[in-house]
Design a protein around this ligand. Structure first.
Ligand SMILES: Cc1cc2nc3c(=O)[nH]c(=O)nc-3n(C[C@H](O)[C@H](O)[C@H](O)COP(=O)(O)OP(=O)(O)OC[C@H]3O[C@@H](n4cnc5c(N)ncnc54)[C@H](O)[C@@H]3O)c2cc1C
Length: 327
């Protein structure tokens, strides 16, 4: 621990820091599942210092072989009960939305050249906050994401998908700290993305911001869509218990959604310790109060094995187990 303290103090002598640093920080406080043991150190820089500090931290950590985990909203994570070694870099202080003009960004919804200003959104911004800012600007591009717990960076990294749209349907360009710790713009290229796949999943980079293709629409229409999605998620029980949303990816080859497969095998309500398949939805595991990461892992493995035994198909988890331990 001393070593990490010294390490962080040394960085402060090189670049300005303001924000929060906590040692032995329970990751259960930073994940929507509310599970996860302590991170050796959790660092949340303020917006005023974020890109410079993050670059210095990542560079120095790479030189010293100290692992760094980048944390968004923690809405897709099962962090091990033994926690995370090294540094958790929380993007939650890096928030904000700006209007950028001159992108001429077209979109699938608006294929004609679009001169409306586009929104560039910092990666730590909560998706739901960004949805509202966009709506206030008369831009409906993010409305489909209303009610989804996530940061913008996490939504881009995961290529989050709901209501028949993926984040990749809306991107214009992404600003990253690349492998050499330089700020770089990555133009959107459709071929780099797939179902719940983004190119950043194969790169050790930090997403700094994303610029979205504007979709000007009447504000009343945008707000109606936002309210409809929020209500639908509430009705589907998304917020009733701590969870990380869908457990398994859908796979067209299976002929039906993963949740329906689990439902039809009568596996709703199956539990392991404090982790339970939601009694109202086969593809959600909930933390009933005292779940551990090991409980969730065991329940996920049990579902995979029961579905395989019954149907000879293998469900693929969408949840990320960290440190990465799942096949
Ligand atoms: C109630 C509920 C409903 C949900 N509904 C949906 C849904 O409809 N559709 C869907 O797709 N998902 C859904 N999810 C899952 C979750 O919202 C998404 O996976 C989301 O994209 C995760 O974003 P996050 O900021 O929480 O990322 P995290 O969980 O914090 O991190 C996920 C991954 O992204 C990486 N990452 C995060 N930020 C950055 C960054 N700035 N730069 C580089 N890497 C980064 C992390 O290192 C990690 O590998 C739901 C979750 C909940 C709890």
């Amino acid at each position: 621990m001393i070593k990490l303290q010294e390490f962080l103090e040394k960085i402060k002598t090189k670049v300005r820091f303001s924000g929060l640093i906590r040692y032995d920080e329970p990751m259960a406080l930073h994940t929507t599942f509310q599970v996860g043991g302590p991170a050796d150190v959790w660092v949340q820089p303020d917006a005023a210092v974020f890109p410079d500090y993050a670059a210095a931290l990542l560079r120095a950590a790479s030189n010293e072989a100290i692992p760094v985990f980048i944390l968004g909203h923690g809405a897709n994570l099962v962090v091990s009960d033994t926690g995370l070694r090294g540094i958790v870099l929380d993007t939650g202080g890096w928030t904000g939305v700006e209007n950028v003009s001159g992108t001429n960004a077209t979109s699938s919804a608006n294929p004609a050249p679009n001169t409306a200003p586009a929104l560039r959104i910092r990666s730590g911004t909560e998706v739901d906050a960004a949805v509202e800012v966009a709506a206030q600007e008369g831009d409906g591009v993010l409305a489909f994401l209303a009610g989804m717990p996530a940061s913008i960076g996490g939504a881009v990294y995961m290529n989050a998908r709901c209501y028949e749209r993926s984040v990749s349907d809306t991107l214009f360009e992404i600003e990253i700290l690349d492998e050499t710790f330089q700020q770089t713009i990555v133009p959107f290229r459709p071929e780099d993305y797939g179902y719940k796949k983004s190119p950043f999943q194969n790169r050790a980079v930090l997403i700094l911001s994303a610029t979205f293709r504007p979709e000007p629409r009447p504000p009343a229409e945008i707000w109606t869509e936002i309210e409809a999605h929020r209500k639908d998620r509430e009705r589907k029980g998304h917020y009733r218990f701590p969870s990380a949303g869908s457990v398994f990816k859908n796979n067209r080859a299976f002929g039906k959604p993963s949740g329906q497969i689990i439902d039809e095998l009568g596996l709703r309500g199956l539990s392991f310790g404090g982790a339970k398949v939601a009694p109202w939805h086969g593809n959600i595991i909930i933390n009933t109060g005292n779940a551990t990461a090991a409980d969730i892992r065991a329940l996920v493995d049990e579902l995979i094995s029961r579905v395989h035994a019954a149907l000879s198909i293998t469900l693929e988890p969408e949840l990320l187990f960290v440190p990465h331990t799942h096949p």
